[in-house]
Every structure is written in structure tokens, then in C-alpha cells.
Design a protein around this ligand. Sequence first.
Ligand code: FAD
Length: 562
Amino acid sequence: MTIIRPFRPTLRVAADAEIIVVGSGMAGLVTALRLAPRNVALLTKTPSLTGGSTAWAQGGIAAAVGADDSPQDHAADTMVAGAGLNDPSAVDLLTRDGAARLRELIASGAPFDRDAAGEILLGREAAHGQRRIVHAGGDATGRHVHRWLADAVAETPSIDVQTSAFAWQLVVKNDRVCGILAYHAQGGWTLHRAPSVVLATGGSGQLFQRTTNPVESTADGLAMAARAGVELADLEFVQFHPTALVDATAADGAPMPLLTEALRGEGATLVDSARRRFMVDEHPDAELAPRDVVARAIWQRLVDGKGAFLDMRAIMAGAAAAHFPTVQALCRDAGFDPAREVIPVAPAAHYHMGGVAADDSGRTSLDGLWVCGEAAATGVHGANRLASNSLLEGLVFGHRVADDIAAKTLPSSAAPEITLPDIPGAGAVDAIAGLTGRLRALMYEKVGLRRDGSVLHEALRDHANLAGRISELEHQKGQNPPSFDDVRRWGELRNLALAGGLVTLAASRRRESRGAHNRIDFPQPVSANGVRQFLTVEDLGELVSDREGRRDDASIATALSA
Ligand SMILES: Cc1cc2nc3c(=O)[nH]c(=O)nc-3n(C[C@H](O)[C@H](O)[C@H](O)COP(=O)(O)OP(=O)(O)OC[C@H]3O[C@@H](n4cnc5c(N)ncnc54)[C@H](O)[C@@H]3O)c2cc1C
């Protein structure tokens, strides 16, 4: 007779670090480099450092480095895009520090594009009053800058890079963070101890069925912080990129190729199936109107069955085509020739303005925890991010977080007893994929570009049901040690589900339209200056933790009105 013994996970303890940085995008790499020679453990969930959105960035980095530009002008454009919700002092930091940090990066040899005389080339993007976009490799800025930073990290002995390491939860004792519990492909459950932890885990685009974000953008940092009771902000503000390429053959969950804003800056137009240019009817700036205006106009054409296409034939048939090698390759891969035909587009979730609430130094409401990059909500973006301000945010706030940590001497504290989580076995793979798909469809359809109170209410109920289904799976524990993929897949679903519930709750509570948050039932802003919305996981009440997933209207109403 074969006796099947339940698998008992074990925990190993990693060597102590001074600082743990989770994430190897722009924000994480900049933070780790700036902290040298302090001893940093840099954890990232992918097998190399290239996971996350940074390597995908196309247009570039915005900063007032041109002769005719100023941080004040950049700040003014940022505030207009942010629709009255930006924190002016954070914007001032972003644009002033930003120009200085970008000049330092240029001076240190980062591979930005230059003209024949060696001057840095400056591009123009929608809603920027000046040419202020510094780029690399034409439209492959993220890839070039990321590689340059990753090479610098590899040459820095004080940074201990740990790849294929999935950060699972913050370890907290006596109201301060003292480490991270992670699952490693080599080594399993591992406790990392350090008195300072930085979340640089990127955004949450995978919450939505249509997204430009890579598969790593699963709101992990946001959910980890939420579970630890950390304050969150601006969660309802999700920017949809208007022009993601619609590739009917792409797999579910695959990031949609982005057709950069810079194309419209160079003269590409938006047309419907009848080849009628429709943005001229929508906004005085036509195709260069703010992102949310363009995205909603495209969305409406698609809902009305009129189709939406980007016409970049004039660019791609001429000399300017050389500036867009990535776009040409993306179109070719999807079977289109952008020099000869118009390209079908749809809005896709692109950037989360909301995240873990952070002050000017990236500090959160939990002692010992900092956050930077897209995972953070510092108030710089307000209700809508100005294009190319996010790589800049990672650069500026990565520095500020590092400098704040370096100025402190924090005591190490012993970690509490840790209960290792149960992980559903390989048999649950299909169920996890099914629930992830349902969640993403729910978010795109009901919490997407146009929102309505009664639909959001329905969405909250759907979240409660999904949460019940997810917690049922928890009991389908595997017999063997889980694989790295099992843990990551399951962890990401839990994180997306929690983040989705929180975004939906925040969207239902903001009873106005502002920036990227558009309510059909409240079409106007309440006032010129908006009020930022802060919440914690407690605001969700029992909504997403209910094992049965059954919630009546009264309990949903309580959660909504709390
Ligand atoms: C297609 C596209 C084009 C863009 N173009 C531009 C542009 O031109 N200009 C601009 O300013 N912005 C652009 N953006 C936005 C910008 O790229 C991102 O906002 C920015 O790169 C975010 O950087 P980050 O360091 O915060 O996060 P990311 O670069 O997303 O990195 C997050 C990191 O965290 C790791 N991670 C996440 N969860 C875990 C976990 N649980 N455990 C361990 N590791 C984890 C990931 O593997 C990754 O290394 C674009 C985004 C996309 C998707």
C-alpha cells in the first residue's frame, strides 16, 4: 500500500541585507545603484533583470533639458494633464529634480540619441508644450536605458541580484517591516531580513483584458502592501493608452503592442472604417488631445461599430520611418504594412496612477517600507499621467528613496514566526487561468474606460464571488513541493483579485469624472481642484475575504459607503 504523506514546506533564511529592493525596472535599478556601497538584496520574479514595463517603454523620458524649456513649464503641462489632482510640491520635485537627474544620466554616458553635432535629440509628445522627450534607439528607449542600468548593477558588488525570486509577503513585526517572504526557483520559501524594504514592483495593467503591460505587471507590490494594512491612494485612476494594436491572433493576456504617442506627434491621424478623421470633431488639439480624450473617442467608435485605425502611412513611407523601428517591427509581426495600410487600434490599460501612498521621499505609512516607480502614488500624476513622465518618476524617486534610506540608521529586528502558505497543486492550473481570465474581463468591461455606478456595484459583487472561488482553490493543496510557476501563478491571481476589488471600490466611491476616471452617471468634475482618495484594505471590509463569495446588497453598500 502506498501512503501519501502531505507535503510540508520548509523555510530557509537568507543572509541579512541592509536593504531589500523588490523589482528590477527603472525604479528598482536606480534605487539599488544609488544605495551603493550599502549591501542591497535585489529580488525580481523573472529569470533575468528584464521583466516589467521599463524595457517596453518606447517614447522616452520627459524632462526640461532643452534650451527653451523650464521645469516650471514641464510642471504646468503635468498639472494640466493631471486634471486638478496632482500634488503641486511633488510635481515641482519631479520636474526640477527630473531635469537635474536626467542631465546626470546623460553625462554618465547613458545611450540617448544625439544629432550629428552630438546634441541630445528632443522629441515632442501629446500635451507637452515643448520638445522635451529624450529617447534612445529611436523608439526603443526602455530597452536601451534598462540594459545600461542592468549592466551597471552587474558591475556593482554591493548589489546581490536574486532572479526567479517571487516576493510573496511583507514580514512585519511591532508595526514595522523587517523583511520579505519570497519563493525562489532555487531554494523554495526564503525569509529575507532587512530593516528597510523598497517596493519597486511596477504597475497593475494585467488587471485588464486589454493591456499594453507585460505579464509581470500584476499589482504584486500594491497587494502586498494592502495586506499589511498600508495606505493606498488614487487607485481609481487607470490610464488607457488610446492606440494599442489589435492583433486578432494574439494569445489571451498577451500585452498589446503599443503604437507610441510620438507617431501622432509626428502627424499620424486617427480614422474610422470610412477613413474619416474623427479626432478633429472631438478636441481642438485633435490627435494631440490628452490621452483620456483620445482613448474615449476611440472606445466610442468601437462601441458604435465604426472601427478605429491609426493612419501612419505618410510617416512610414518617408524619411521619418527611421525613427520608428520598433513600431515597424510590431506592425510587421502582426501582419500589417504601416507604409501601405491603416492599422486597427483599441484602448488598452497602460499606466496606473494609483498605488501605495508615498510621501516626497517614497516613505509609506508602514515604518521601514518605501515605494517608488509605478507601484507608488506620490501625487505627481494626479488623475492622468502626462506621457513619458513615468520613467522620469522612477529616476527621480528611486534617488530620493535611496537618499532617505541612506540618511537613516535603522535597527534590525527579529522576524516573527511565519506560517507558510498553501499552494494549489498542478491540478489547479486550468482553474487559476480561468479565474484570471474572468477577473480581467470583469475589470475591462465593468471598471474600464467608461464607468457607471450601478455597473460598479455589480462589479463589486462579481469580485466577492470570484474571491470565494479563489479561496476554494486554496484547499487544493499539492502533494509535492510547488514549482516556481505554481507559486507565481497563484500569487499573481491573489494579488490581482485584491487589487481589482480595491480599484473597483475606489472607482465606485469617486462620484465625479476627472482625468482618466470617467463616470457616465457623474460626467463632470465636482470642482476644479480634486481631492485625493486614500484607502486601506479595511475599506473593503469582508467583501473580498468571504470564503463563500456570498455578499448581500447591504454588506456591499456598507463597504461602498465606509
Ligand atoms: C508598452 C509600454 C510603453 C511605455 N512607454 C513609456 C515611455 O515612453 N515613457 C515613459 O515614461 N513610460 C512609458 N511606459 C511606462 C513605464 O514603462 C513604466 O511606468 C515604468 O517603466 C515602470 O517602472 P517600474 O520600475 O516602476 O516598474 P517595472 O519596470 O514594471 O518593473 C517592475 C519590476 O518588479 C518585478 N516584480 C513585480 N512583482 C514582483 C514580485 N512579486 N516579486 C519579485 N519581483 C517582482 C518585475 O519583474 C519587474 O522587474 C510604457 C509602458 C509600457 C507598457
